[in-house]
Design a protein around this ligand. Structure first.
Ligand code: ZN
Ligand code: ZN
Length: 174
């Protein structure tokens, strides 16, 4: 996901480019299991010190339900909003001062390449829900037998039986 932005950098602040992304992200991160390409439109806007990138991207990914442990497909919406800094002046070729806390991921390198890969990897990871649920009413696994309650309802009570009732039950059996 690399873009040569030298032409854009030669223009004045406010100059704009639009790009359509259609990216294979299968090898982006071991924690991301994409089920589609990453798609959407981004805009690149020349700033006094670099390029501001914004856009709305989407893909679908396979997640594992935290309740029933079944894999399911989830559409992800990935907002992109990042400012990239040039490390070399496009006009003079001089090295530009880079803030020590500037992330490498948001630097435009000395060949004027803007690489979205790392920023998008982080944004997709942020878009993954920490507690994914396959459906709002997912019944989860039975705590007694472990059966997926979405597929098959077993008759195990969901709640633990009150110990006093257990004594009573025991008495009734005898
Ligand atoms: Zn589930
Ligand atoms: Zn059960």
């Amino acid at each position: 996901m690399q873009f040569n932005v030298s032409q854009l950098l030669k223009e004045g602040a406010g100059a704009l480019r639009q790009h359509t992304l259609h990216e294979n992200i299968e090898r982006l991160d071991p924690d991301i299991t994409p089920l589609s390409t990453l798609d959407g439109t981004i805009q690149m806007i020349r700033t006094p010190t670099g390029v501001y990138v914004r856009g709305n991207l989407h893909c679908s990914a396979e997640l594992v339900c935290a309740r029933c442990l079944d894999p399911f497909s989830m559409p992800l919406h990935i907002p992109l909003d990042e400012e990239f800094q040039s490390i070399v002046d496009i006009a003079t070729g001089a090295t530009l001062p880079v803030e020590p806390d500037d992330e490498l991921a948001t630097q435009i390198d000395d060949r004027h390449t803007l690489d979205l890969t790392e920023v998008l990897r982080q944004d997709i990871l942020l878009a993954l829900p920490p507690f994914p649920i396959c459906r709002t009413n997912c019944a989860g696994l039975c705590p007694a037998c472990g059966k997926n309650q979405n597929i098959e309802k077993c008759n195990h009570p969901e709640e633990k039986i009150d110990p006093r009732l257990q004594v009573l039950e025991q008495l009734l059996k005898e």
